[in-house]
Design a protein around this ligand. Structure first.
Ligand SMILES: Nc1ncnc2c1ncn2[C@@H]1O[C@H](COP(=O)(O)OP(=O)(O)OP(=O)(O)O)[C@@H](O)[C@H]1O
Length: 268
């Protein structure tokens, strides 16, 4: 369980307070989607959760333990992070990059074993990207690298998975693979997942609850109560329709953006 209580954060060199009294939670076995316009603070929240940025007040808890006080090696055994894919400066292969996900379990100075590499290969195979195992990460496309970073995050079997726009470089088939994987993790009931996304239809599909960040506050509730045409108008400044479709007793919903709302009416 991840619990955020009364979080306040502002960058030192800025006069905008990014989070004012932000509170929400993600139970075990559930995924939370974070939505909001470009520059609203989605990545900043992830950086606060990962300890890369120090928040001014409030706190973030994992299973009732403050992340500020948690031992670093315990933290990184529990938590995996999939960053927005950027080309790495180092020339690792897909397999080497995936093995690095085991680093919290590999003692300092020890090189990964044959078993570690076999496990990494198996993780790549599960995601259907074993053909990337010997490929240099610097020569991969954005989407290929993104899939390898996802393999790296899953190999240690974390309890908490944080993904920062993981689908942004992915083709439709790979997007579905990631959504299926998150659904599968949800069904196991052991993981708490946070996914920053620009795709409301992905929130509908995999996230029981959604956090919608705005300039004057936020909404945290069940996804179907957050992703509404009214909130799309107020938080994104667009007129939209929600389309729903039923197939094999499963229901799928998406937002269809229609046109821009008068910019003065956007809640900024
Ligand atoms: N180091 C920094 N110092 C000051 N301001 C920063 C810093 N890093 C980011 N910001 C600002 O904080 C705000 C939130 O940025 P953040 O990257 O969290 O947005 P985001 O919601 O993830 O955006 P996107 O959807 O475009 O990825 C932006 O206005 C950004 O310019």
């Amino acid at each position: 369980m991840i619990r955020v209580e009364h979080l306040n954060f502002q960058y030192p060199n800025s006069d905008r307070q990014i989070f004012k009294d932000l509170s929400f939670h993600v139970p075990k076995g559930e995924a939370l989607a974070i939505l909001g316009t470009n520059g609203i603070g989605k990545t900043t929240f992830v950086k606060c959760l990962l300890g890369f940025l120090a928040y001014q007040s409030g706190d973030i808890f994992i299973d009732d333990e403050s992340v500020k006080q948690m031992d670093t090696s315990k933290y990184w055994k529990l938590v995996s992070y999939v960053p927005q894919s950027k080309k790495a400066a180092f020339g690792f292969t897909g397999l080497e990059m995936t093995v690095m996900g085991l680093s919290p379990y590999v003692k300092m100075g020890r090189t990964p074993t044959k078993e570690d590499y076999e496990r990494a290969y198996e993780q790549l195979r599960k995601l259907g990207i074993e053909h990337l195992s010997e490929r240099n990460c610097n020569k991969m496309s954005g989407g290929e690298l993104q899939m390898v970073l996802i393999a790296r995050s899953l190999i240690k079997n974390p309890k908490i998975l944080i993904m920062d726009e993981p689908e942004s470089h992915l083709d439709l088939r790979n997007q579905l693979k990631i959504l299926n994987m998150i659904e599968e993790l949800n069904s196991r009931g052991e993981y708490s997942i946070i996914i920053n996304t620009h795709f409301p239809q992905h929130a509908f599909r995999i996230a029981k609850s959604t956090l919608l960040l705005g300039y004057d506050g936020y909404i945290f509730d069940k996804t179907e109560h957050v992703v509404t045409t009214r909130n799309m108008r107020d938080y994104f400044g667009i007129n939209s329709e929600i389309l729903s479709y039923e197939r094999a007793e499963k229901s799928y919903s998406t937002i269809l953006p229609i046109d821009l709302q008068n910019s003065q009416e956007v809640s900024q």
